[in-house]
Design a protein around this ligand. Structure first.
Ligand SMILES: [Ca+2]
Ligand SMILES: [Ca+2]
Length: 666
C-alpha cells in the first residue's frame, strides 16, 4: 500500500502530505520502498539469435563448444524444452515475437529481401510500442527483418533508437566464399550492398566478411551503451543478433577457439556477448530488476553443414515445421522472481512473450486480438502448469500441423528436406541434384506423433490412436477457420492485412456489381490450377497475388469470352491486371477488347499496347473501354503475356506470369 502511495506521489514530492509521510516513516524504510527492485517495472532484455539450433547451447547439449554465460543464465533462471516459434523462417518468426500473434494472423510470411514492398503492418502493436506506452526507453540493435522501407522500420514500430541491418546478412552481392561479386554475372548480384542503418538512415555498408566479423561485437557495444544511458529508467532492449545466420562472422578473439569450428566460434562470441550484458546489468545494480529472455528465431539451416548448428535429436531444421525447425532453445532469467535452475517441459511459444511481459509490467495489451497467453505462472516456478494446450504450426500460409499437449498431428504436405542430402561446408550450401542450394523434397501423410516419447518424430502412431487424430483434427479446423490454409484453399476470417508500401485498392474497387456476373465464360487458353479465380464473380484482386481473386497464366496468353446470354445494352468493358515483378508477374504487352452479337464475328473496339519497364512497385492497372450504348451479347478480352522474363530480371529466360481478376461489363 505504502509503495503504491510513494509511487503515485513521486511527482508531488513537495506537497505537504508527502512531507508528513517522511516524518511518519523511517527514512531507510522509505528508501527501500523506492528502490528499483520493488517499485519500478522490470527492464526487459530480449536476445534473439538467428538460425541457432535447439541443441546449440551447453544446457541443451551442445557438442564441440561451450557457452558458460548462457549456461549461467539457465542456472539462474528457467529453461524451456518445448518452446516454439510461429514459422521456421526469419520475418514470420520475428513478427510473432514482437506482436504476440501467429504470423498467419498478421500476414507476415517468409524472409523479406530488398525487393519486398511489404512489412509488419504499422497498425500492429509491438512489445516496444506496448512498453513505450508506460514510459519505457526502447532500443533495438541488430537485425530487424520486418520491412526495410521507412514506414516499416523500428522507429515507426515503437523503438526510440535503432542500429543494425534491415534484413538477412546473406542478402548481399558477395559469393559464399566471401568474394565480392558486385558487377559480375552471379546469382548473388541480384542484391545491392547490404546497408547498415542508424535510425531510418543508411550510415554504411557491410561489404565483406571482415565487416560481418564485427557485427556481434558492435551490436553488443550498442546494447551496453543503451543500458548505461537508461540505467535510471525502465528500458526494453531488443538484441536480435545477425549471427549465427550465414555468412558466419566472428572476431579474432573467438576465431578458431571451438573444437566444432567456425559455427562454434560464432556461438562462443554470442555467449561472450550475453556475458557482457550480464556484466553491465550487474555493474549498474539492475540484476534483480531485469528480465532477460534468450531464444532463437528458428532451427538450424542444415544444408550449410559445418556452418550450421544442430537441432538433434529433433527432426529436420529451418524452413520446416518439424520440431527441428520450430522448436528453439529458450531461457529466461530474473533473479528473485524466477526461481534458479528450473526447467519447464510445457508447451510455450514466442507469441507468449508479449502477453507475459504485459502481465509482468502492467503494460496494456494490444486492443486487437492476439494469440499469446501469459506464462507468468510457469516462470514464477509453477513449471508444470498447463497454460497453453494447443498450438498451430503454419508455414507459408499452409497449416502444417497442430498440437494438443505432447501430441502433434501433421497434415499431408510437401516440405523442404535435409535428409539424404550431403550438407555443404565452409560457407557453401549443399549441392543437391547438381544444383547449389537446392533442397530435397519430403512428403508426409496425415501423421500423428507423441512428442513425449518420440521427440524426433520418427514413429507415426495415427493408426493406433484414431480418437486422438479426431481430437486434433478439430483443433486444425478451428485454425483453418480463423487463419486459413493454403493446402486446402481456405481463407481465414481472423486475418489482418500485411503492411503495404503500395496503395491498396479500396473495398469498393474490390467488390463490384456488373452485368457479367455469373454469366458463362469460354476460355481459349489455360490458366494455372493454383491461381484459378473466377472472372465473373464481381470480386477483384488485391495487391496480394495469392488472395485467391487472381487468375494466373504462366507464360501463356489470356483469351476469354463472356456470353451474356441475350443481347444486352453495354457501354463499358474493363479488366485489370497485376504487376509484381518480384513474383515474376508482369502487365500484359497488349490488351484487346472485342465485342460480338453472334459469337462468331467479333469487332475489336480497343487495343492497348504496354511496354514492359523495370518497376518494383506492386500495381494493378485497369484497362477500360467506354462506348455509347450498344446491343451486344459477347465480350472477348485478349491479353498478351510477356512470355519470358526480360534480360534485366532475376528470372530472365523463364516464363513470366500474367494475372487477371475479372471481366467487368456495364
Ligand atoms: Ca532465421
Ligand atoms: Ca473475380
Amino acid at each position: 500500500m505504502l509503495k503504491c502511495i510513494v509511487q503515485l506521489e513521486k511527482k508531488k514530492m513537495k506537497n505537504k502530505f508527502f512531507t508528513t509521510l517522511l516524518f511518519l516513516f523511517p527514512l531507510t524504510f522509505l528508501l527501500e520502498s523506492c528502490s528499483r527492485q520493488n517499485s519500478v517495472p522490470p527492464n526487459i532484455v530480449i536476445i534473439f539469435t538467428d538460425d541457432q539450433g535447439y541443441s546449440d547451447l551447453g544446457s541443451y547439449g551442445a557438442v564441440g563448444f561451450e557457452t558458460p554465460n548462457l549456461d549461467r543464465l539457465a542456472n539462474e533462471g528457467i529453461r524451456f524444452t518445448d518452446f516454439q516459434v510461429s514459422q521456421a523462417v526469419c520475418s514470420a518468426s520475428r513478427a510473432s515475437l514482437l506482436t504476440g500473434s501467429y504470423s498467419q494472423r498478421i500476414g507476415v510470411r517468409g524472409a523479406y529481401n530488398h525487393t519486398a514492398r511489404v512489412g509488419l503492418n504499422p497498425n500492429e502493436i509491438t512489445i516496444a510500442e506496448m512498453l513505450k506506452s508506460i514510459g519505457y526507453a526502447t532500443g533495438i540493435f541488430g537485425k530487424w527483418h520486418l520491412g526495410h522501407h521507412k514506414m516499416f522500420l523500428p522507429l515507426q514500430q515503437g523503438f526510440d533508437e535503432y542500429k543494425g541491418i534491415p534484413y538477412s546478412n546473406d542478402m548481399w552481392p558477395v559469393d559464399y566464399d566471401g568474394t565480392p561479386i558486385a558487377g559480375s554475372y552471379h546469382r548473388k548480384n541480384f542484391y545491392p550492398q547490404l546497408p547498415f542503418l542508424e535510425g531510418n538512415d543508411k550510415i554504411e555498408e557491410i561489404r565483406d566478411l571482415k565487416d560481418q566479423d564485427q557485427l556481434t561485437i558492435r551490436y553488443t557495444k550498442y546494447a551496453i551503451d543503451f543500458i548505461a544511458r537508461n540505467k535510471d529508467n525502465p528500458f526494453f532492449l531488443y538484441l536480435p543478433h545477425s549471427m549465427p545466420h550465414v555468412p558466419l562472422g566472428v572476431s579474432d578473439r573467438f576465431r578458431g577457439k571451438s573444437e566444432q569450428g567456425m559455427y562454434g566460434d560464432v556461438i562462443m562470441e554470442i555467449d561472450w556477448s550475453v556475458g557482457e550484458i550480464l556484466n553491465a546489468l550487474s555493474k549498474y545494480n539492475l540484476d534483480k530488476n531485469t528480465l532477460i529472455i534468450f531464444t532463437s528465431d528458428n532451427g538450424p539451416w542444415l544444408n550449410y553443414g559445418t556452418h550450421a548448428g544442430s537441432a538433434l535429436p529433433l527432426r529436420e531444421g529451418k524452413g520446416t515445421m518439424w520440431e527441428g525447425g520450430s522448436r528453439v532453445p529458450c531461457i529466461m532469467r530474473w533473479p528473485g522472481k524466477i526461481p534458479a535452475g528450473i526447467v519447464s517441459n510445457q508447451l510455450a511459444a514466442t507469441i507468449d512473450i508479449l502477453p507475459t511481459i504485459a502481465d509482468l509490467t502492467g503494460a496494456p495489451l494490444p486492443k486487437k486480438p492476439i494469440d499469446g497467453v501469459s506464462i507468468k505462472q510457469i516462470i514464477e516456478g509453477d513449471i508444470n502448469s498447463i497454460i497453453r494446450d494447443d498450438y498451430y504450426y503454419y508455414y507459408g500460409g499452409e497449416l502444417i500441423a497442430v498440437r494438443k499437449g505432447k501430441m502433434k498431428l501433421v497434415y499431408p504436405h510437401s516440405y523442404r528436406s535435409y535428409e539424404g542430402v550431403t550438407p555443404g561446408k565452409d560457407g557453401y550450401p549443399a549441392i543437391y541434384k547438381g544444383v547449389l542450394g537446392k533442397y530435397a523434397t519430403g512428403k508426409s501423410g496425415l501423421e500423428l506423433y507423441d512428442l513425449m516419447n518420440d521427440v524426433g518424430e520418427s514413429k507415426d502412431i495415427s493408426s493406433q490412436y484414431p480418437d486422438i487424430v479426431t481430437e486434433l483434427e478439430a483443433i486444425g479446423n478451428i485454425a483453418r477457420k480463423k487463419f486459413g490454409d493454403r493446402l486446402r484453399g481456405i481463407k481465414g476470417i481472423d486475418v489482418r492485412p500485411i503492411g503495404r508500401l503500395d496503395p491498396e485498392r479500396s473495398l469498393s474497387e474490390l467488390k463490384i456489381l456488373h452485368q457479367g456476373i455469373s454469366k458463362k465464360i469460354i476460355f481459349k487458353t489455360k490458366f494455372s490450377s493454383q491461381y484459378n479465380a473466377k472472372l465473373n464473380d464481381g470480386k477483384r484482386g488485391t495487391l496480394n497475388h495469392r488472395d485467391s481473386n487472381w487468375q494466373g497464366y504462366h507464360g501463356v496468353d489470356f483469351d476469354a469470352t463472356i456470353d451474356l446470354g441475350v443481347k444486352t445494352k453495354v457501354s463499358k468493358i474493363s479488366s485489370s491486371f497485376l504487376q509484381n515483378q518480384s513474383a515474376w508477374i508482369f502487365f500484359p504487352n497488349e490488351v484487346d477488347f472485342q465485342i460480338s452479337k453472334d459469337g462468331i464475328n467479333f469487332i475489336s473496339v480497343e487495343k492497348f499496347k504496354e511496354k514492359t519497364v523495370m518497376d518494383p512497385a506492386y500495381k494493378v492497372k485497369d484497362f477500360v473501354h467506354k462506348f455509347s450504348k450498344r446491343e451486344i451479347r459477347f465480350v472477348k478480352v485478349k491479353a498478351k503475356n510477356i512470355g519470358l522474363c526480360p534480360e534485366w530480371h532475376p528470372g530472365a529466360g523463364n516464363r513470366g506470369w500474367l494475372f487477371v481478376d475479372e471481366i467487368v461489363i456495364n
